[in-house]
Design a protein around this ligand. Structure first.
Ligand code: GAR
Length: 206
């Protein structure tokens, strides 16, 4: 384990959570450098944002599957993260499920953010699931990644109200606002070694 902790951030899309985390690192609110940014999508905004910040950023072709990495891609991702001496893998809108060898290489050291209050609404378009279900409160969850989908011990959650006139667009924007507060706070706590995991429960020491 390096001191300070080194972050590897993976994303497939816009990269707004990456921006929130990278800015918190640059401001010293997260005591950890971003060592590497990786994407399975060559045109992903997250790579553009990383390069604008002069952070090492790399596209790695994901291989032939739609929802997971193939074996070669998995080896390349893990090799790149190990080569950059990454301590914590931060999934920020990475839209592929991580499997065996990747999970083993970074056991207990992978975190994810999901746009609902898990265990409600795992999977795709969680905010639309929440609207369709008619819940009055939803939000976002940061959790450790294990072999399940959107499972693993919950580190933090932040709620947002669902308003009567919400559309999928207005609701996901409100959730994004909460994500940009919650994710840096959780990553900072991990980098400071301020949390411990007891069974499924994540305990905040401060
Ligand atoms: C975020 O809303 C995140 O919760 C979601 O992808 C979005 C990425 O946005 N992740 C998942 O749905 C994972 N199951 P961003 O690229 O702007 O950070």
């Amino acid at each position: 384990m390096n001191n300070p902790f080194r972050l590897g951030i993976l994303g497939s899309g816009t990269g707004s959570n990456f921006v929130a985390i990278a800015d918190a690192c640059a401001a010293g609110k997260i005591p950890a450098p971003v060592a590497l940014v990786l994407s399975d999508v060559e045109t992903a905004g997250i790579l553009k944002h990383a390069r604008e910040r002069k952070l090492p950023a790399q596209f790695i072709p994901p291989g032939k599957f739609r929802t997971k990495l193939d074996e070669e891609a998995e080896r390349t991702f893990v090799g790149a993260l190990q080569g950059a001496r990454v301590d914590l893998v931060v999934l920020a809108g990475f839209m592929r499920v991580l499997k065996g060898d990747f999970l083993r290489a970074f056991a207990g050291r992978i975190v994810n953010i999901h746009p609902s209050l898990l265990p409600s609404f795992p999977g795709l378009e969680a905010w639309k699931q929440a609207l369709d279900h008619g819940v009055k409160v939803t939000g976002c969850t940061v959790h450790f990644v294990d072999a399940g989908v959107d499972a693993g011990p919950i580190i933090g959650q932040q709620t947002v109200p669902v308003l009567d006139n919400d559309t999928p667009d207005s609701l996901i924007q409100r959730i994004h606002g909460a994500e940009h507060e919650l994710y840096p706070r959780c990553v900072a706590a991990i980098a400071r070694r301020d949390i411990s995991v007891v069974g499924r429960r994540v305990i905040w020491k401060k």
